[in-house]
Design a protein around this ligand. Structure first.
Ligand code: 1Q0
Length: 215
Protein backbone atom coordinates (compact mmCIF):
# COMPACT_ATOMS: atom_id res chain seq x y z
CA UNK A 1 0.00 0.00 0.00
CA UNK A 2 1.43 3.42 -0.86
CA UNK A 3 1.85 5.84 2.01
CA UNK A 4 -0.59 8.30 0.43
CA UNK A 5 -3.36 5.75 0.55
CA UNK A 6 -5.46 5.87 3.62
CA UNK A 7 -4.90 2.93 5.95
CA UNK A 8 -7.99 1.20 7.07
CA UNK A 9 -9.04 -1.65 9.23
CA UNK A 10 -10.86 -4.67 7.91
CA UNK A 11 -12.92 -4.59 11.06
CA UNK A 12 -14.55 -1.31 9.98
CA UNK A 13 -15.45 -2.86 6.66
CA UNK A 14 -16.97 -5.96 8.17
CA UNK A 15 -18.87 -3.97 10.74
CA UNK A 16 -20.35 -1.85 7.94
CA UNK A 17 -22.29 -4.99 7.05
CA UNK A 18 -23.88 -4.63 10.49
CA UNK A 19 -25.31 -1.24 9.57
CA UNK A 20 -27.00 -2.56 6.46
CA UNK A 21 -29.39 -4.77 8.40
CA UNK A 22 -32.61 -2.99 9.35
CA UNK A 23 -36.11 -3.90 10.57
CA UNK A 24 -34.87 -6.60 12.98
CA UNK A 25 -32.65 -8.14 10.32
CA UNK A 26 -35.62 -8.37 7.95
CA UNK A 27 -34.21 -6.04 5.32
CA UNK A 28 -30.91 -4.75 3.94
CA UNK A 29 -30.06 -1.16 3.03
CA UNK A 30 -28.51 -1.17 -0.43
CA UNK A 31 -26.36 1.92 0.18
CA UNK A 32 -24.65 0.37 3.21
CA UNK A 33 -24.31 -2.99 1.47
CA UNK A 34 -22.41 -1.20 -1.29
CA UNK A 35 -20.24 0.63 1.28
CA UNK A 36 -19.20 -2.74 2.66
CA UNK A 37 -18.25 -3.86 -0.83
CA UNK A 38 -16.33 -0.68 -1.55
CA UNK A 39 -14.25 -1.27 1.57
CA UNK A 40 -13.53 -4.84 0.47
CA UNK A 41 -12.46 -3.62 -2.96
CA UNK A 42 -10.08 -1.09 -1.37
CA UNK A 43 -8.65 -3.89 0.71
CA UNK A 44 -8.26 -6.12 -2.33
CA UNK A 45 -6.54 -3.36 -4.30
CA UNK A 46 -3.98 -3.06 -1.53
CA UNK A 47 -3.01 -6.69 -2.23
CA UNK A 48 -1.65 -5.83 -5.67
CA UNK A 49 -2.61 -5.59 -9.31
CA UNK A 50 -2.99 -9.35 -9.77
CA UNK A 51 -6.47 -8.95 -8.38
CA UNK A 52 -7.48 -6.04 -10.54
CA UNK A 53 -9.56 -8.31 -12.80
CA UNK A 54 -11.56 -9.22 -9.73
CA UNK A 55 -11.90 -5.71 -8.35
CA UNK A 56 -12.84 -4.27 -11.76
CA UNK A 57 -15.81 -6.59 -11.94
CA UNK A 58 -16.87 -5.83 -8.38
CA UNK A 59 -16.52 -2.08 -9.02
CA UNK A 60 -18.62 -2.23 -12.18
CA UNK A 61 -21.36 -4.02 -10.26
CA UNK A 62 -21.23 -1.47 -7.45
CA UNK A 63 -21.52 1.29 -10.08
CA UNK A 64 -24.57 -0.31 -11.70
CA UNK A 65 -26.30 -0.26 -8.32
CA UNK A 66 -25.23 3.30 -7.52
CA UNK A 67 -26.73 4.45 -10.81
CA UNK A 68 -30.08 2.95 -9.81
CA UNK A 69 -29.88 4.52 -6.36
CA UNK A 70 -29.22 7.96 -7.83
CA UNK A 71 -31.77 7.53 -10.60
CA UNK A 72 -35.42 8.34 -11.08
CA UNK A 73 -36.56 5.26 -9.14
CA UNK A 74 -33.84 5.52 -6.49
CA UNK A 75 -36.32 5.19 -3.63
CA UNK A 76 -37.35 1.75 -4.92
CA UNK A 77 -33.72 0.65 -4.65
CA UNK A 78 -33.30 1.73 -1.02
CA UNK A 79 -33.56 -1.80 0.37
CA UNK A 80 -33.24 -5.28 -1.12
CA UNK A 81 -36.92 -6.03 -0.39
CA UNK A 82 -38.15 -2.92 -2.18
CA UNK A 83 -35.79 -3.52 -5.11
CA UNK A 84 -37.02 -7.09 -5.57
CA UNK A 85 -40.67 -6.02 -5.35
CA UNK A 86 -40.18 -3.12 -7.76
CA UNK A 87 -38.16 -4.93 -10.40
CA UNK A 88 -40.35 -8.04 -10.37
CA UNK A 89 -43.63 -6.14 -10.50
CA UNK A 90 -42.33 -3.95 -13.34
CA UNK A 91 -40.91 -6.92 -15.30
CA UNK A 92 -37.39 -5.56 -15.11
CA UNK A 93 -35.61 -8.89 -14.51
CA UNK A 94 -34.55 -11.47 -17.13
CA UNK A 95 -35.43 -14.55 -15.11
CA UNK A 96 -34.64 -17.42 -17.47
CA UNK A 97 -32.44 -16.13 -20.22
CA UNK A 98 -30.58 -12.94 -20.87
CA UNK A 99 -32.71 -10.44 -22.72
CA UNK A 100 -33.56 -6.80 -22.47
CA UNK A 101 -32.50 -6.40 -18.81
CA UNK A 102 -28.92 -7.68 -18.67
CA UNK A 103 -28.06 -5.40 -15.74
CA UNK A 104 -31.06 -5.63 -13.43
CA UNK A 105 -30.50 -4.80 -9.79
CA UNK A 106 -31.61 -8.31 -8.82
CA UNK A 107 -29.03 -9.91 -11.11
CA UNK A 108 -26.25 -7.55 -10.05
CA UNK A 109 -26.84 -8.09 -6.32
CA UNK A 110 -26.98 -11.86 -6.91
CA UNK A 111 -23.42 -11.77 -8.30
CA UNK A 112 -22.19 -9.87 -5.23
CA UNK A 113 -24.22 -12.13 -2.95
CA UNK A 114 -22.49 -15.22 -4.35
CA UNK A 115 -19.13 -13.53 -3.80
CA UNK A 116 -20.11 -12.78 -0.20
CA UNK A 117 -20.42 -16.52 0.36
CA UNK A 118 -16.82 -16.92 -0.79
CA UNK A 119 -15.76 -14.17 1.63
CA UNK A 120 -17.62 -15.84 4.47
CA UNK A 121 -15.93 -19.19 3.84
CA UNK A 122 -12.50 -17.65 3.35
CA UNK A 123 -12.58 -15.53 6.49
CA UNK A 124 -13.88 -18.43 8.54
CA UNK A 125 -11.01 -20.57 7.26
CA UNK A 126 -8.51 -17.81 8.07
CA UNK A 127 -9.98 -17.39 11.55
CA UNK A 128 -9.66 -21.07 12.41
CA UNK A 129 -6.41 -21.72 10.53
CA UNK A 130 -3.10 -22.77 12.06
CA UNK A 131 -0.05 -20.54 11.84
CA UNK A 132 1.55 -22.57 9.06
CA UNK A 133 -1.58 -22.63 6.84
CA UNK A 134 -1.17 -21.30 3.32
CA UNK A 135 -3.62 -18.56 2.42
CA UNK A 136 -3.66 -19.59 -1.24
CA UNK A 137 -4.94 -23.03 -0.24
CA UNK A 138 -7.55 -21.60 2.12
CA UNK A 139 -8.65 -19.10 -0.51
CA UNK A 140 -8.81 -21.71 -3.30
CA UNK A 141 -10.83 -24.09 -1.10
CA UNK A 142 -13.29 -21.35 -0.22
CA UNK A 143 -13.55 -20.33 -3.88
CA UNK A 144 -13.96 -23.85 -5.21
CA UNK A 145 -16.73 -24.52 -2.66
CA UNK A 146 -18.69 -21.41 -3.62
CA UNK A 147 -18.17 -18.92 -6.43
CA UNK A 148 -16.33 -21.32 -8.74
CA UNK A 149 -19.59 -23.19 -9.32
CA UNK A 150 -20.88 -20.16 -11.23
CA UNK A 151 -17.73 -19.37 -13.19
CA UNK A 152 -16.61 -20.75 -16.55
CA UNK A 153 -13.35 -22.67 -16.86
CA UNK A 154 -11.17 -19.73 -17.90
CA UNK A 155 -12.13 -17.57 -14.91
CA UNK A 156 -11.70 -20.50 -12.52
CA UNK A 157 -8.25 -21.13 -13.92
CA UNK A 158 -7.22 -17.46 -13.75
CA UNK A 159 -8.54 -17.12 -10.20
CA UNK A 160 -6.64 -20.18 -9.01
CA UNK A 161 -3.40 -18.83 -10.53
CA UNK A 162 -3.96 -15.45 -8.86
CA UNK A 163 -4.46 -17.13 -5.47
CA UNK A 164 -0.89 -18.45 -5.66
CA UNK A 165 0.53 -14.97 -5.12
CA UNK A 166 -1.55 -14.21 -2.05
CA UNK A 167 0.52 -12.99 0.88
CA UNK A 168 1.18 -15.23 3.85
CA UNK A 169 -1.29 -15.55 6.69
CA UNK A 170 0.79 -13.24 8.89
CA UNK A 171 1.05 -10.53 6.23
CA UNK A 172 -2.68 -10.78 5.67
CA UNK A 173 -3.29 -10.25 9.33
CA UNK A 174 -1.00 -7.21 9.32
CA UNK A 175 -2.76 -5.61 6.34
CA UNK A 176 -6.03 -6.00 8.19
CA UNK A 177 -4.73 -3.42 10.67
CA UNK A 178 -6.43 -4.97 13.62
CA UNK A 179 -3.54 -5.89 15.92
CA UNK A 180 -2.01 -9.18 16.97
CA UNK A 181 -3.06 -12.52 15.48
CA UNK A 182 -5.17 -13.07 18.57
CA UNK A 183 -6.88 -9.71 18.05
CA UNK A 184 -7.62 -10.65 14.43
CA UNK A 185 -9.12 -13.98 15.44
CA UNK A 186 -11.29 -12.24 18.06
CA UNK A 187 -12.33 -9.51 15.63
CA UNK A 188 -13.33 -12.04 12.99
CA UNK A 189 -15.29 -14.01 15.54
CA UNK A 190 -17.16 -10.87 16.48
CA UNK A 191 -17.69 -9.38 13.02
CA UNK A 192 -18.48 -12.47 10.95
CA UNK A 193 -22.00 -12.97 12.35
CA UNK A 194 -23.03 -9.65 10.73
CA UNK A 195 -21.78 -10.79 7.34
CA UNK A 196 -23.57 -14.12 7.88
CA UNK A 197 -26.85 -12.38 8.75
CA UNK A 198 -26.70 -10.28 5.61
CA UNK A 199 -25.91 -13.35 3.54
CA UNK A 200 -28.71 -15.41 5.11
CA UNK A 201 -31.30 -12.68 4.69
CA UNK A 202 -30.45 -12.19 1.01
CA UNK A 203 -30.40 -15.92 0.37
CA UNK A 204 -33.86 -16.30 1.91
CA UNK A 205 -35.29 -13.31 0.01
CA UNK A 206 -33.93 -14.56 -3.31
CA UNK A 207 -35.05 -18.10 -2.63
CA UNK A 208 -38.62 -16.97 -1.82
CA UNK A 209 -38.81 -15.18 -5.16
CA UNK A 210 -36.97 -17.85 -7.18
CA UNK A 211 -34.18 -15.45 -8.02
CA UNK A 212 -31.17 -17.63 -7.25
CA UNK A 213 -30.51 -18.62 -10.86
CA UNK A 214 -30.85 -15.32 -12.74
CA UNK A 215 -28.64 -15.75 -15.84
C1 1Q0 B 1 -8.21 -11.83 -1.34
C2 1Q0 B 1 -8.24 -12.46 -2.64
C3 1Q0 B 1 -9.37 -12.06 -3.47
C4 1Q0 B 1 -9.81 -13.20 -4.28
C5 1Q0 B 1 -11.18 -13.01 -4.82
C6 1Q0 B 1 -11.84 -14.31 -5.07
C7 1Q0 B 1 -12.86 -14.27 -6.08
C8 1Q0 B 1 -12.34 -14.61 -7.42
C9 1Q0 B 1 -13.35 -14.31 -8.43
C10 1Q0 B 1 -12.77 -14.04 -9.75
C11 1Q0 B 1 -13.76 -13.67 -10.77
C12 1Q0 B 1 -13.83 -12.23 -11.17
C13 1Q0 B 1 -13.96 -12.01 -12.64
C14 1Q0 B 1 -15.34 -11.73 -13.12
C15 1Q0 B 1 -16.32 -12.61 -12.97
C16 1Q0 B 1 -17.70 -12.36 -13.48
O1 1Q0 B 1 -17.87 -13.05 -14.69
C17 1Q0 B 1 -18.68 -12.83 -12.44
C18 1Q0 B 1 -20.09 -12.95 -12.93
O2 1Q0 B 1 -20.57 -11.72 -13.35
P1 1Q0 B 1 -21.28 -11.66 -14.79
O3 1Q0 B 1 -21.79 -10.26 -14.91
O4 1Q0 B 1 -20.22 -12.00 -15.81
O5 1Q0 B 1 -22.37 -12.71 -14.74
N1 1Q0 B 1 -18.62 -11.92 -11.32
C19 1Q0 B 1 -18.64 -12.35 -10.08
O6 1Q0 B 1 -18.75 -13.52 -9.79
C20 1Q0 B 1 -18.50 -11.31 -9.00
C21 1Q0 B 1 -17.14 -11.45 -8.42
C22 1Q0 B 1 -16.86 -10.39 -7.46
C23 1Q0 B 1 -15.73 -10.80 -6.60
C24 1Q0 B 1 -15.42 -9.77 -5.62
C25 1Q0 B 1 -14.53 -10.26 -4.57
C26 1Q0 B 1 -14.10 -9.11 -3.79
C27 1Q0 B 1 -13.56 -9.53 -2.54
C28 1Q0 B 1 -12.74 -8.79 -1.88
C29 1Q0 B 1 -12.37 -9.12 -0.55
C30 1Q0 B 1 -10.96 -9.19 -0.37
C31 1Q0 B 1 -10.61 -9.18 1.04
C32 1Q0 B 1 -10.73 -10.47 1.69
C33 1Q0 B 1 -10.41 -10.40 3.09
C34 1Q0 B 1 -9.08 -10.84 3.34
C35 1Q0 B 1 -8.85 -10.96 4.77
C36 1Q0 B 1 -7.49 -10.70 5.11
Amino acid sequence: MSSTEEKFSLQEVLVSFKSCLVDDDQDVLVEHYLSGWKGLVRFMNSLGTVFSFVSKDAVSKIQIMEKYLAGEHGERYRTLQSMVEYELSSNLVDLNKRGSHPESGCRTILRLHRALRWLQLFLEKLRTSKEDSTTSTLCAEAYNDSLANYHPWLIRKTANVAFLVLPTRNTFFEVMNVGTTEDVVDMLGEAMPYVCNVYDFTQELYSQHNLLDIP
